[in-house]
Structure formats: C-alpha cells, structure tokens
Design a protein around this ligand. Structure first.
Ligand SMILES: [Zn+2]
Length: 271
C-alpha cells in the first residue's frame, strides 16, 4: 500500500517541484487569468515548506504526532533533563549536586558515550535517576533514512540495556528534530518522544548566571528543563557553567516551592 508517512526531506523535495512548476507557469504566462494561479501555487508551496520545517525543528508542537515538551498539571513539579552525556568529569559533578540536593533528573545519553563510560550510566540509575535514549551518534534524524534512524535508537538501547538491565522507554531526538518517519520508528518501539519547554542555550556557555536566569524565567508547573552535561560526540566544550547553574536552578526552584521528578513521573501526572 501507499505509505503516507513521508520524511521531511521528501516533502520538501515535492514542494520544491511544486514551487518551480508554479513559477514556470507564471513565467510562461499560463494560468494567469483570472488570477496568477502559477504564482500563487509557488507562494503556497513556500509557505507549506516553512510550516513543515518549523514543526519538525521547534519543540512545542505535535504536528507530526505525539511528543511531550511539558505537561499540563496544577502540581508544582518540574523535570530536569541533561543531554549528550555521559561526559566526564561533568556528568559526575552534576550527579554530585543532585545527590547533595536530593533531587532526581533524567539523562538522555548518547549511545557512543554510554559505551565509553558505563560506570556513569550505572551511577545515574543507582542514584535514582532515569536514563533516556539520545541516539548512538547524535545524528540529525531528519537527514537519516528509516533504517539508520532505527539503528541509532536500537543500538543505544542495546548499550543501555547491557549496562542497566533494561532499555530506555523515552527518547529525545538530537536537537529535538523529528518528522513523521522519526516518530513512526519511535512508536513502533513503544518509546515516548520527549522534547522540552525550557531552554537556556547552556551549550553555548553564556555564563552561569545567564543559564540560571533564562531557565528560571521560563519555568512553570509541568515544565521539562533542558540542560547539557555533555557535548555531542565531539566532546570538546567544557560544561562547568551548566554544572554551576544546575545548583542555582535547583535551589531557587526549591525556594519557589517546586518539586523535582523524572520524565517518567512527570508524564504520569498529565491532567
Ligand atoms: Zn543532544
């Protein structure tokens, strides 16, 4: 049967043809009366391309299917999430702070990094945190074919299961990028796709205060906060700023009366 799940790249390819045909019709002065239909076809094609692309890259929408960026709840709870680890020494320092503060978090680990540092993945689980899947090579899944997407997720879950005894139930695509094919691959595996609602761009190392302030300004009940204990698979950038900001964020949110939960727990509270 005809598969209606098209990747974003296929959709954009079709729309590019539509735009070119529209412009050609207009240029050849065909379909010009009563309105310039060719030109309008081209304009609509460009608008559609923008809509399809923005919904694939922005976190807070369900255009392509179910994803979670926050939950609607009256409870004062938030979920801290850390991406791109495990990455010594920063993952360990984040874990130290979480232990001192007595709060749980969720770590979306890269398979390749987890393979290199299994002891950190074991520690994450041993200390009551959750592990999520962040693909094996931190690929932009919008540029990958279905088999590669599946391999990226399965390979990472194999690594996680070998270390912790069970695979991850939640996945965060690198950069949050997803389309219909990405979401179908995740759904086939029964995995929930988790984005975020609070972003501080901590990976650019803008300063401890800035990371904390940008985060605190946006937090509300049911928020999913994105931070980075790692740096992709290249692993060149330091994460001292995120580590220091994590402590500030936790202390201020506690003062405001928030409780911290894992992603699994926050998903259960949706009202
Ligand atoms: Zn990432």
């Amino acid at each position: 049967m005809f598969d209606i799940k098209m990747s974003l790249i296929s959709i954009l390819a079709v729309l590019t043809v539509v735009v070119l045909v529209g412009l050609l019709l207009d240029y050849l002065r065909l379909l010009k009366r009563p309105a310039r239909l060719g030109l309008w076809l081209a304009i609509l094609g460009i608008i559609a391309g923008c809509v399809f692309t923005l919904n694939a890259v922005l976190p807070g929408n369900r255009f392509y299917g179910p994803t979670f960026s926050e939950v609607k709840t009256s409870q004062k709870i938030v979920a801290l999430t850390f991406d791109d680890g495990p990455y010594p020494p920063y993952t360990g320092r984040v874990l130290d702070i979480l232990r001192e503060e007595g709060v749980p978090a969720t770590f979306f680990v890269i398979g390749k990094n987890a393979e290199k540092h299994p002891e950190l993945v074991r520690r994450i689980i041993a200390e009551g945190h959750q592990v999520g899947n962040h693909t094996y090579n931190h690929l932009d899944l919008l540029k990958a074919d279905r088999a590669t997407i599946a391999d990226e997720v399965d390979r990472t879950n194999k690594v996680i299961a070998a270390i912790t005894g069970s695979p991850a139930k939640v996945v965060r695509p690198p950069h949050g990028f997803r389309d219909a094919v990405v979401l179908e691959v995740m759904a086939e595996r029964g995995m929930k796709v988790v984005e975020w609602s609070v972003l501080s761009r901590d990976w650019t190392n803008p300063g401890v205060e800035t990371i904390a302030q940008r985060t605190l300004d946006k937090v509300k009940s049911g928020a999913v906060i994105l931070l980075h204990d790692g740096d992709g698979i290249a692993a060149g950038s330091p994460r001292d700023q995120t580590v220091a900001a994590t402590r500030l964020i936790i202390r201020e949110l506690k003062a405001r009366g928030y409780n911290f939960v894992t992603v699994d727990e926050i998903l259960k509270t949706e009202e």
